[in-house]
Design a protein around this ligand. Structure first.
Ligand SMILES: [Zn+2]
Length: 163
């Protein structure tokens, strides 16, 4: 490697290292994903999930802390219904599609869509990247699209609606 290309490598590497350090040190509100500012220190709060390990997150305000708690309490409450809509009901409908009739393929979409609508099933990585608020909204948008897709496919295929 000649001297000039060595210099280039150093120049390319440096900003990457810096930004990685920034990401590690960056505190974001778990609800709105806002970055912590020097003049406004975020509170660290502990989140307890039913049947899961607890974890710590940062919040920008007590209002967002209560929204986070409400959201996770709601998820814990509708967990079983979410699982039924996202996994078990679609499994039944897929089996019926294979063994009985194609007509059972449309409820697969509707069931998964409704499931995502009420229970946005996201990993903590996605929630950490977007914030819980945006993850919930994304889940609802995705869920609505999948429900509508099921309905539109049903209308086109079964009722021969010209679109
Ligand atoms: Zn916030």
């Amino acid at each position: 490697m000649d001297e000039e290309s060595e210099k280039m490598v150093v120049e390319i590497n440096d900003p990457v290292e810096e930004s990685q350090e920034e990401i590690i040190n960056l505190r974001r509100c778990h609800w709105c994903n806002k970055e912590e500012e020097e003049e406004h220190e975020f509170q660290e709060v502990n989140i307890l999930r039913k049947g899961d390990e607890d974890f710590n997150v940062y919040v920008c305000s007590s209002e967002h802390e209560s929204r986070i708690n409400k959201s996770y309490n709601y998820f814990d409450k509708i967990y079983i219904l979410g699982l039924i809509l996202i996994f078990f009901a679609p499994l039944v409908f897929v089996s019926l599609t294979i063994f009985v009739d194609m007509i059972f393929s449309y409820p697969v979409f509707v069931s998964i869509g409704l499931g995502l609508l009420i229970y946005p099933l996201f990993s903590q990585q996605i929630v950490r990247a977007l914030g819980l608020n945006k993850s919930n909204i994304l889940g609802r948008i995705l869920g609505t699209i999948i429900v509508l897709l099921g309905i539109v496919l049903f209308l086109i295929d079964v009722l021969n609606v010209p679109i």
